[in-house]
Ligand binder design. Sequence first.
Ligand code: SAM
Length: 282
Amino acid sequence: MSEKGKLYLVATPIGNLEDITFRAIRTLKEVDLIAAEDTRQTVKLLNHFEIKKTLLSYYEHNKIEKGNYLIGQLLEGKNIALVSDAGSPGISDPGEDLVRLAIENDIDVTMIPGAVAAITGLVISGLPTGRFVFEGFLPMNKRARKERILSLKNEVRTIIFYEAPHKLYYTLKDLYEVLGDRQIAMARELTKKFEEVIRCNLSAAIELYGNESPRGEYVLMVEGISEQIIEDEEKRKWDEISLEEHVDMYVNQGMSKKEAIKKVAEDRGISKRDVYNSVMVD
Ligand code: SAM
């Protein structure tokens, strides 16, 4: 049997064609076949760099059938490049399914790194970049969207979303309703002539897009909840029961009195001595 081919995930520009790498161009020239999320978009890119290659479409609605075909080709020894509409394949596109299939079939997978819209937006958002979480597109279904946002209510890391312009306004409203008036950075047309980042809070963002229609694709960065707010809420929770009730709660759960006092002090952010004095005196 012939040797298996290799699957190359090739990052392409998210707007500015100068953002392609030398290695990406060489790889696209050398592979046997290119699978593309949007062939019309990729044709423009290939024409620009004078790359003549067989193109095959691979996107959400044909990924099962085409995925199996591509794996067949790889098993027969063909080298294949996968490109997304823009940016890094495998992030918020069906690339991840092809990677999984390739790995299951013991096919080598590699990536030619380059632009990622999420990271490009995050870096210039002005929000903390040390810890972040990528959420991609929110679910379309109204209830599922609300539930997803609710699951992020206590997220302390910066949260990144992708969003299309026609859904932006509703997304901003849902975010505001569930998360409150957080800071947001809305990055659009990244790397293009009209690149813009609007940094404001969610209520101002809603007001802005209540008056004008958004244009271009967006990356949204929303600030995480502050650790202080979580701590304050935790502490407030304990205000509803007395120190004795709090200690008894842990004793009833099987802790010794000493352990319970220590835990109560931690929960409330007060000293063990204060808990001890109050519980023992009463
Ligand atoms: N895999 C690509 C990546 O991560 O770079 C993204 C693919 S996803 C289908 C497309 C989304 O990426 C868009 O809806 C938008 O949210 C974001 N995006 C892509 N290019 C962008 C740009 N130039 N400016 C802002 N957002 C962009």
